[in-house]
Design a protein around this ligand. Structure first.
Ligand SMILES: Cc1ncc(COP(=O)(O)O)c(C=O)c1O
Length: 482
């Protein structure tokens, strides 16, 4: 196989850019507001401004705050602004990170190392998190050898606090709640969780990666937001993403702690390296200056008035979607989410959620399918105000289609999604997904490096995934016939 190598002679920059634009055409159509995740777009003007701020510090490196005092100032001020928005005080401290996952990884590691110091009798630390907590907690558990125990949810899709309390052991170093969680958009009962953490003298992390830069404004707009930030005694840390509803450039989040008592355990210092004494506040070495600078610029330019205006549009639009969906017979929004994130499922036995998802996808919508229960996920941004009616119209038509075609759940990708959500097959699915990743990252380079001019073909890993889906579909049809 002809492996791509660095071209012997550099290609003209114009041609390189042209090829890149060609590849970009295969990406999700977020500019048409047809996607509900991955991109947080405030406005074209705001994006142009972020690019300028990013460019100014494009080559800056936050690794060394002495060399880049500007970046240190930005980080310090971003953390102070976030702390004040989340009702911290002079004791509240934190750092910027590259995103929500890094913020959560750091929080878990911080609680582990703090416990090692203060509770050395704990041999196998664990954390109790809601079953709806972001998967970054499980990643952190795996990376840092902290057992992640999932607490069940109550009927309203918030964590069941009593059930969570029963899972706490003498090895528990912290618990967590979300504000809001990703799968249903519900805010966990943070006050009750934090009171429990205080009673047990353990840490309490609030994952506000989604809500950190939205819920404070929603509260000011009188949305029914339960208390969740540093005003709640017992909350010891919060993750809040700048690159989501903070409308910063990608690669920016914050991890905040109630005091230096916690943050000091996040720092890494090594004095014996031949390269010199090394100190680092977060996971990476090199820290891209552009995303630190653009985050500061976003906060300064948006201001409270900008965030409030934005939140008003987002909340109003989300309500329009949720009311519209609940008004369609056979569909129901999960729980009663207070802000911008939610999911809906079907309420009639014959009405298959994944078949509806397929119909919506055929009409050009980028659909995020979920499991437990089967549902369709949405995260609202200002641009979605323009397409709400169109979406609801297409959704009504999709539901009508699936109802009129009882076999619809046996065609398209619906059977495969149904089967992937099926508990006994989870091991098989996991193994196949790992195999696909190995292929995607193998030396043969099955990454989707399509030649923009020829149009390329279906990349290997995608083909594999399609085969897996079709194999699962066959299996399902076989089981149905029997
Ligand atoms: C609730 C929640 N926490 C954490 C994360 C992880 O954030 P990131 O993708 O920036 O790593 C996400 C991402 O969607 C999220 O929804």
């Amino acid at each position: 196989m002809d492996l791509p190598a660095i071209p012997k002679q550099g290609i003209s920059r114009a041609e390189v850019l042209e090829r890149m634009r060609g590849l970009q055409e295969q990406d999700v159509r977020w500019k048409e507001n047809r996607a509900f995740s991955l991109v947080f777009h405030q406005s074209d003007e705001h994006t142009e401004f972020l690019k300028q701020a990013h460019n100014l510090f494009f080559e800056g490196n936050g690794l060394n705050p002495m060399a880049f005092a500007s970046l240190r100032t930005f980080e310090h001020e971003v953390v102070r602004m976030a702390a004040s928005m989340l009702h911290g005080d002079a004791e509240t401290v934190g750092t910027m990170t590259s995103g929500g996952t890094e913020s959560i990884l750091l929080a878990v590691r911080t609680y582990r190392d703090r416990a090692r110091k203060l509770m050395p009798w704990i041999r196998q630390p664990n954390m109790i998190v809601p079953a709806s907590a972001h998967v970054a907690f499980d990643k952190a558990g795996k990376y840092f050898d902290v057992e992640m125990i999932h607490a069940p949810l109550a009927d309203d899709f918030r964590v069941d606090v009593k059930a969570l309390a029963r899972l706490i052991t003498s090895d528990t170093i912290a618990i967590a709640g979300s504000a809001p969680n990703y799968p249903s958009g519900m805010v966990d009962p943070i006050e009750e969780l934090a009171a429990l953490a205080e009673r047990r003298n353990i840490g309490m992390h609030v994952d506000a990666c989604i809500g950190g830069f939205l819920l404070p404004w929603a509260e000011r707009l009188n949305a029914p937001i339960p208390a969740w930030d540093f005003r709640v005694p017992g909350v010891t840390s919060i993750s809040a993403d700048l690159h989501k509803y903070g409308y910063a450039a990608k690669g920016a989040s914050t991890i905040l702690y109630r005091s230096m008592d916690y943050l000091r355990h996040q720092f890494f210092v090594y004095v014996d390296w031949p390269g010199g004494v090394f100190a680092s506040p977060s996971l990476p070495g090199t820290r891209p200056g552009g995303s630190i600078a653009a985050a500061w610029a976003a906060l300064m330019a948006m201001g409270e008035d900008g965030y409030l205006r934005n939140a008003e549009t987002v909340l109003r639009t989300a309500r329009r979607f949720m009311d519209g969906i609940n008004a369609i017979p056979g569909l129901r929004v999960l729980g009663n989410p207070p802000a911008s994130v939610f999911a809906y499922t079907t309420t009639e036995p014959g009405l298959n959620c994944y078949a509806i998802a397929d119909r919506m996808a055929e009409q050009g919508w980028h659909i995020d399918r979920q499991q437990r229960p089967p549902s369709i996920h949405l995260m609202i941004n200002p641009g979605h105000a323009e397409i709400a009616d169109r979406y609801l119209e297409d959704l009504r038509a999709s539901v009508a289609y699936v109802r009129a075609h009882p076999g619809a759940e046996w065609s398209g990708s619906a059977p495969a999604y149904g089967l992937m959500a099926n508990a006994p097959l989870r091991k098989l699915v996991g193994k196949n997904v790992l195999a696909i990743m190995e292929q995607m990252y193998s030396a043969a380079g099955e990454a989707p490096h399509l030649d923009a001019k020829s149009g390329g073909g279906v990349p290997g890993p995608v083909l594999q995934l399609m085969k897996l889906k079709s194999r699962l579909g066959d299996l399902l049809r076989w089981r149905r016939r029997r």
